[in-house]
Design a protein around this ligand. Structure first.
Ligand code: NAP
Length: 465
């Protein structure tokens, strides 16, 4: 895949970039290693100062970097501005909380004594150079949610960003540089995915995090496994959105539209499969389909646009294949199911709701990365849970109900990294984020996220004398 900025709203190539030659990759690995040795001894106050400065700069840059993101991957510009704001908030959150999240732990005194120690503690120490392989769909956020905790923990970062967001990738390196981070603490490597393996195998790289598709995750995890290096994987999702009979249907349907089409439908935690109790099915379907029809599809630079183009021609073709397979096998499109007629160029796709979906259709099991929802009718909670869990993925899940017994069942039985009741899945710096099954492993954000790339070191003190 060429490293290039291609505007998804027009299909026009705006800029292409040469991948870094091997000698330059080597120079940057050496710089990362030098930075690692010094930066690991910095204190939390110094790290917080740097991260807060980066947050301030990003806040100033937000309107410009938002337009860069929209140009590179097509998200509506108002969503891009919100993404930048969320990054600022998360940087400040980690600058404020990292020290307490990584405070030394004191095991119970009875256990310390039982181990024969005078005292003992757990210290969280940085792992070193962490390689981050990141996707294009939230080109700032995916990087910041890794980098903010990693840098506060005393690690340094090498970013291999998706090949279609090079300007955003270069902006990030520039941002951390302007904030005053020592050289080598945060570097962008403009490289193709074929160069990832040799970087990951390099002895100076301690660990890797990857957010992206299952094949990419499998590839990075197997190389890391071979090298016995720690990884965190944030992969795809096909989150269920369950609406039960006691739900506030009006609100559930309105939220469902946003939950499905946020980021032009290209979000790992977008609700993708809508599973609705028979008692409220008709009411939900009518409101949901009406809401999807009312969306404004168009130029992502326009403040009024709800849904812009998909990020690439290939991405739209993949989505079209899934929809066509379903329609050919008997699914019904309640709206959409094709490209919008108004847009002559660019990689647009109409908001779509499919029903009469069966397990024989690819769309039943595969992730739809675009504004396409599948709608299922169920008779009771048992059937809803069975359908919700009938997927290789397990990222998050959404349930609408007012019934406490149903809530308890869902918390116990949904196979996902999150269960969100009467609202849609969203990440927050203080809440752990991640999945199970083919959605990956490990957690980002919160105390769980910052400890992923730390060495939890047992420190045991025997009697000195
Ligand atoms: P992708 O094709 O897997 O790309 C993600 C990153 O991995 C890019 O930097 C890509 O580089 C690189 N890559 C691809 N193949 C690789 C390989 N064999 N070895 C090493 N690196 C490789 O995914 P995408 O299309 O950008 O993103 C969409 C996917 O990401 C969806 O499945 C979505 O659900 C998932 N996602 C998950 C989360 C989460 O938090 N769980 C968040 C966002 C997205 P190139 O661009 O150079 O190919």
């Amino acid at each position: 895949m060429p490293i290039a900025t291609v505007d998804p709203a027009t299909g026009e190539t705006l800029e292409t970039f040469e991948p870094l030659p091997p000698a330059e990759i080597e120079r940057r690995l050496a710089a990362a290693d030098t930075a690692r040795a010094r930066y690991r001894t910095s204190g939390f106050a110094e790290r917080a100062l740097l991260l807060n400065r980066a947050a301030d700069l990003l806040e100033e840059d937000a309107p410009d970097i938002a337009r860069t993101m929209t140009t590179e991957m097509g998200k509506p510009v108002k969503a891009a501005e919100a993404e930048a704001a969320k990054c600022v908030k998360t940087m400040r959150w980690y600058a404020r909380h990292a020290e307490e999240l990584l405070a030394d732990e004191r095991p119970a005194q009875a256990d310390v004594a039982d181990s024969g120690a005078a005292r003992a503690a757990v210290h969280y120490r940085p792992l070193g150079v962490v390689l981050a392989v990141m996707p294009w769909n939230f080109p700032l956020w995916q990087v910041v949610r890794f980098a903010a905790p990693a840098l506060m923990a005393g690690n340094v970062a090498l970013l291999k960003h998706a090949s279609n967001v090079p300007r955003t990738a270069l902006y990030l390196q520039d941002l951390f540089g302007r904030a005053g981070y020592p050289e080598g603490c945060f570097q962008t490597l403009l490289i193709g995915s074929d160069a990832v393996e040799s970087v990951l195998r390099d002895r100076r790289v301690a660990a890797a995090t990857l957010t992206g598709s299952e094949p990419a995750g499998r590839s990075v995890a197997s190389v890391a496994g071979d090298e016995i290096k720690k990884t965190v994987l944030e992969l795809g999702g096909s989150d269920p959105y369950i609406v039960l009979s006691s739900a506030d249907v009006e609100r559930a349907a309105k939220t469902a539209v946003t939950a499905r089409v946020q980021n032009n439908g290209q979000s790992c935690i977008a609700a993708k499969r809508f599973i609705v109790h028979a008692d409220v099915y008709d009411a939900f379907r009518d409101r949901f389909v009406a809401g999807m029809r009312e969306l404004t599809v168009g130029d992502p630079m326009n403040e009024d646009t709800d849904v812009g183009p998909l990020s690439s021609e290939r991405g739209r073709a993949d989505l079209e294949e899934l929809v066509e397979d379903a329609l050919n096998r008997g699914a019904t499109a309640l709206c959409g199911g094709q490209r919008p007629k108004e847009q002559e160029r660019g990689w647009y796709y109409s908001p779509t709701v499919l029903t009469d979906v069966t397990p024989q259709m690819r769309i039943h099991r595969e992730e739809t990365f675009g504004p396409v929802a599948t709608l299922y009718r169920v008779e009771d909670l048992d059937e809803a849970l069975e359908l919700a869990n009938d997927t290789p993925f397990g990222l998050s899940s959404n349930v609408w109900t007012r019934d406490d017994a149903e809530i308890a069942r869902c918390v116990r039985d949904l196979q996902a990294g999150g269960v969100f009741f009467n609202g849609m899945t969203a990440s927050h710096p203080g809440l752990p984020f991640g999945g199970v099954k083919r959605s990956g492993y490990g957690r980002e954000l919160s105390g769980h996220g910052i400890r992923e790339f730390c060495n939890a070191t047992t420190v045991w003190y025997g009697s000195a004398g």
